[in-house]
Design a protein around this ligand. Structure first.
Ligand SMILES: [Zn+2]
Length: 89
């Protein structure tokens, strides 16, 4: 299961016995099962960041190590790590 789409918590999840919706016990969000893991914007962001980070990984081995490029890579890689793990820090 992905983290709560509203607060990002991952370990306080239950089901509504009547509707079957997923309910976040941390923030109270209630989302139907089909929508809980459907995140088109987040998925597009992740795909774009993967592209940038992978491009840097390849360029770094070629020798283009400008500071601005590296900083962009660092931001992209940190955002990807947070998105992939649900870590809010
Ligand atoms: Zn929540």
């Amino acid at each position: 299961m992905r983290p709560c789409p509203f607060c990002g918590k991952t370990d306080d999840l239950s089901r509504n016995l009547f509707s079957g919706d997923f309910v976040c016990d941390a923030c109270g969000a209630s989302v139907d099962e089909g929508s809980w893991n459907n995140r088109p914007v987040e998925d597009a962001l992740r795909e774009a960041l993967e592209f940038v980070a992978n491009a840097y990984d390849m360029e770094a081995s070629v020798g283009d190590n400008s500071l601005a490029f590296y900083e962009a890579y660092s931001v992209a890689r940190a955002a990807l790590n947070r998105a992939n793990t649900g870590d809010q820090q």
